[in-house]
Ligand binder design. Sequence first.
Ligand SMILES: O=C(O)CCC(=O)C(=O)O
Ligand SMILES: [Fe+2]
Length: 320
Amino acid sequence: MGRAPPVIDFTPFYGEDKAARSQLEEEIRNACLDFGFFQLRNHGIPEDLQRGILRSQMKSKTNTTKMLVNLTAAMNGYDLRTLKSSPKGDLKEGYFLAQDLPLDDPYVKARKWAQGPNKYPSEVKEPSTWKKTVDDYHSVASRVAKNVLSVLFDTLGGGMSFWMSFASIQLPCFVCFIIPHRTPMLRRIGAHTDFGAVTILLQDSTGGLQVRDRKTEEWVDVEPISDAVVINTGNLMMCWTNDRYVSNLHRVINKTGAERYSVPFFFDGNPDFLVKCLASCIEEGSVAKHAPLTVSEWMEGRYADTFGGSKKATKEMVEV
Ligand SMILES: O=C(O)CCC(=O)C(=O)O
Ligand SMILES: [Fe+2]
């Protein structure tokens, strides 16, 4: 039997108790070494916002097909497409939204990866409420992602300046809503690792998310916990840590045929930040396994691997 990823209480992050904070770091370090995946309680995203963001998807689902037609384009922050991680495709629909930036923003003008105005669906009921929920969720989830990253970097001896320069520009953060159809197909989202630094995933109570236990090579259920979010460490963490912190395979299967809603929030940091192995993670006699790359180079490559395009990264999505 595979082991389920740990459930960690984030309360000490917001408190003064140093011993509790060290204990938190230890728990997160172990989860990253072992799984690259954990559930987090008391993370700081208000319950009503969690409910609101999940509800906003349900409200918009009848318009999804229309939005799929409307919102095609390159990966630029207002994209929408059905992701494909296997030749047969995935059983899901999703749309990407990022920080909503005006056309005269310097990053948009400089055509930085994934920067631009969002395209909010106008077909939903109460579009302004819908937009506010999405934008609020984006800003709260960004803050929580940064908090989680700051603990992660502490566990690596990365230090404040490192964290500041990666995370202070909070640009390429994506909210992606997944809306699988109601059919008895097994695969919903094929096995993959996430590309960026950390993902904060909100899932409803349907279940179906599974993570690979690397020791037993079995899939284990990530049981939905109503007050917890799932955190997974992305590929960038492996670059920083010379593969010490894993970016684990996960997938979503269709156990019941019921619709499932989830909100993965990808935090990828400053597009210009050069990701290279931390000196503290290179053991004596060994070398860095990943060539240094900027965040945008890495992300563009990973998206090209996944969706097609000219730029290539090193890792492919796998079908399991
Ligand atoms: O919907 C889920 O539970 C997982 C989504 C996911 O893994 C992803 O979008 O990268
Ligand atoms: Fe994922």
